[in-house]
Design a protein. Structure first.
Length: 143
């Protein structure tokens, strides 16, 4: 069983933050930077996000539910339907706190779900969850 490191180091990962709220993007950006993340791109909406993904695929996406022109669920479904980008870990970050919303997102392929407002420790926990899961998936991939 893997144990969590004393200090999370995100320096080798590429992130994409998708949220129409600039404050939330800045907050996520600052938290990721505090853990050494150097490659953090931001998108205001799903269209901008897909352009950035096509140009430079991220290692992890943090995505809001309420945005346009596709909402977070539409974005998630489209990404999971892609042959090229379907394995990118996605953490949904939303103000929707109901079990139905969480279940729907996870059912469509979100790797984790964070309810706004959140603490940096919560983000850290969810990042570790997807990083460890992704590492374990890579270890068992058959070529």
């Amino acid at each position: 069983m893997m144990s969590a490191p004393d200090r999370l180091d995100l320096s080798d990962l590429n992130f994409l933050l998708i949220d129409d709220n600039r404050f939330i993007r800045q907050l996520l950006h600052e938290i990721l930077k505090s853990f050494g993340a150097r490659s953090i791109r931001e998108a205001n909406d799903s269209d901008e996000a897909f352009r950035k993904i096509d140009y430079h695929p991220p290692d992890i996406i943090l995505c809001d539910w309420m945005m346009g022109p596709l909402d977070g669920m539409g974005f998630l479904k489209r990404l999971r339907g892609s042959k090229v980008f379907q394995r990118i870990p996605i953490i949904m970050v939303s103000g929707h706190a109901t079990a139905d919303h969480v279940s729907a997102a996870l059912g469509e392929g979100a790797d984790s779900y964070i309810v706004k407002p959140f603490r940096s420790a919560t983000l850290t926990t969810h990042l570790m969850k997807v990083i460890v899961a992704d590492a374990n998936a890579d270890a068992y991939m058959l070529d």
